[in-house]
Write a protein that binds this ligand. Structure first.
Ligand SMILES: [Zn+2]
Length: 260
């Protein structure tokens, strides 16, 4: 697979994931919100340009290199795609869980990650609201994980698309039917579970770090129950107005906003 094909498949998957999440959000809105889509979309456009310039096809290149050189766990034995792809998705999601926890635990990383948490309008486009500094710091972590696990290119693509779908849906201003939400939340991260992670209250903020699977939080003691009918005020405690794109970019330099 060429780098171009990799990017094209990833981009189509990304657009479909976004459309699915926006569709569910329209069908089952949680509460009336203004939305911060302008600032979030501008930030995302900047991220695409910066990350694209630094290393657009890095994950693809690292996967190809690991496969060619017999590097990484999955390249040590002949694993079929049926085993290698789900293993890759599960393992990369676990790496993402630990990276997310590090973003909350280490003050330098939190300075960048708080840009994501600064959205008082918790909607699908919150999933686009990442400071380019956070994404640049995350890039080597993701690449080391791909090499260390020996993730095949198809595994990288499936993970990135499933991760994008989970990321868009769980940031949605979405209510789910009670029983479906309960059943889904046993395995996967629901919008209500992740909404709790975006609370203005520090006590709630330090829970539900998972993106695809909720089992990591359950196994590692960071799970916090939440349902669609519970109101959670999202955002950062000391920020009381919607931030523009430049203000979001400037947040790491302004200080640490975390609440008590
Ligand atoms: Zn977070």
């Amino acid at each position: 697979m060429t780098d171009f094909e990799f990017q094209a498949i990833k981009s189509v998957g990304f657009v479909i994931a976004l459309a699915v999440a926006v569709g569910i959000q329209r069908l089952r809105p949680h509460r009336k919100l203004e939305g911060s889509w302008r600032a979030n979309s501008r930030l995302w456009a900047l991220d695409v340009v910066i990350l694209g310039s630094v290393c657009a096809g890095c994950a693809c290149a690292v996967s190809r290199w690991a496969s060619g050189g017999g590097v990484g766990l999955l390249n040590q034995f002949p694993a079929s795609a049926w085993l290698a792809i789900p293993t890759s998705v599960i393992a990369l999601d676990l790496v993402s869980y630990f990276w997310h926890r590090a973003n909350h635990a280490l003050p330098l990383l939190w300075r960048f990650h708080q840009a994501h948490h600064s959205d008082a309008n918790y909607t699908v486009t919150t999933a686009l609201r990442f400071h380019p500094g956070e994404l640049l710091l995350a890039l080597p972590v993701r690449l080391v994980a791909v090499a260390g696990l020996g993730v095949p290119i198809t595994g990288v693509i499936v993970f990135e698309v499933v991760f994008a779908l989970a990321n868009f849906c769980e940031h949605g201003n979405i209510d789910l039917p009670r029983k479906f939400e309960q059943a889904l939340g046993r395995l996967l991260v629901t919008p209500a579970l992740h909404r709790r992670h975006h609370s203005r209250e520090a006590r709630l903020l330090e829970t539900n770090y998972g993106t695809i699977f909720s089992v990591w939080d359950r196994l590692l003691g960071t799970y916090g129950e939440n349902r669609s009918d519970v109101r959670i005020d999202t955002g950062l405690p000391e920020i009381d107005h919607p931030l523009g794109t430049l203000e979001i970019l400037w947040l790491p330099a302004r200080g640490v906003f975390r609440g008590k």
